[in-house]
Design a binder for this molecule. Structure first.
Ligand SMILES: [Zn+2]
Length: 299
């Protein structure tokens, strides 16, 4: 009886193996989950994509371990964001002595600086540009085009496949971009101001016509000072909807935001920026969540 059970398991295993698609050809590593989704959308069945930083974690700080060195060593290409967000990757590549090509997706795109912001003392590692370009869908489309080019060079035989997948995904992103523009147009002009914990919305705000009224900290794991908190409470009290937006990966921030919002009788909403989660398993759903949340909070 026991034996028979094992045989059945064995046969089920064989059937399962034979039903799997042909082995993917390109092994892709990205620094965080948003890039992993873009890379997977373009690569389809011909790539296997892994994210160094797992969904739900903060990409600003990461202490690489031997697990990541192994991922890099086995990869055909690595996609990172650049602009100081995933600067820890350099050390990882050097340590792994890997010859893998590293593609920085923000390269060649016009970065926005953090200027005109008040609490300017803790910058991302490489200076003063906001790295969160992907929150403007037009920039995400540039990332996608670059990813398709890179795949076509690495796996020339399947270039047409990557180009056609990129085209249909870009069409979905165009629709998403238009939808976000329409969403913000429904918000009264005086309310198009956002108060956030972590300053990640320069590109989003510029593209969709919002202004970032204030943020507490530039980097999500820094704690605000008493003065920061007082300024925040005043701004919240003056905001037409008294709402503040936090991001789930900035866990230190939640407490401070809650305290300030409680004091003015306002409300907290969650926006997703740096990581995918179960609630927002891909980039398009992440941006749709953000659009719907902004509308609910500010209309
Ligand atoms: Zn960030």
């Amino acid at each position: 009886m026991k034996r028979k059970g094992l045989w059945i398991l064995f046969i089920i295993g064989l059937v399962w193996l034979s039903s799997m698609p042909a082995l993917a050809e390109v092994k892709v590593v990205t620094t965080f989950s948003v890039l992993a989704d873009l890379a997977a959308q373009v690569g389809g069945d011909l790539v296997v994509v892994e994210s160094i930083i797992p969904p739900g974690s903060d990409p600003h700080h990461w202490e690489p371990t031997p697990r990541e060195a192994r991922m890099i060593a086995g990869a055909d290409v690595v996609f990172c964001n650049g602009l100081g967000l995933d600067v820890w990757l350099d050390r990882l590549i050097a340590n792994a002595a890997a010859k893998v090509p590293v593609i920085t997706l923000s390269d060649g795109l016009q970065a926005l600086s953090y200027q005109h912001q008040s609490n300017h003392d803790h910058l991302h590692d490489n200076g003063d540009s906001d790295p969160h370009m992907w929150l403007d869908v037009a920039y995400a489309m540039d990332y996608v085009k670059r990813i398709a080019e890179v795949y076509s060079q690495i796996d020339t035989a399947n270039a047409a496949y990557y180009q056609s997948r990129a085209e249909s995904y870009l069409q979905q992103l165009r629709e998403l971009d238009n939808w976000l523009l329409e969403v913000v147009a429904q918000i009264p002009e005086d309310n198009r101001k956002i108060i956030t914990y972590h300053n990640s919305f320069s590109y989003f705000a510029q593209r969709y016509g919002l202004s970032v009224e204030a943020y507490l900290v530039l980097n999500p794991d820094r704690e605000p000072s008493v003065k920061d908190m007082m300024q925040l409470t005043q701004l919240l009290a003056a905001h037409p909807r008294r709402v503040m937006f936090i991001e789930p990966q900035a866990s230190t921030g939640g407490r401070y935001a809650e305290a300030a919002v409680y004091e003015v009788g306002g409300r907290i909403y969650t926006l997703y920026t740096d990581t995918l989660t179960e609630a927002v398993p891909n980039y398009i759903e992440m941006m749709r969540w953000n659009g719907n949340t902004l509308l609910e909070a500010l209309k």
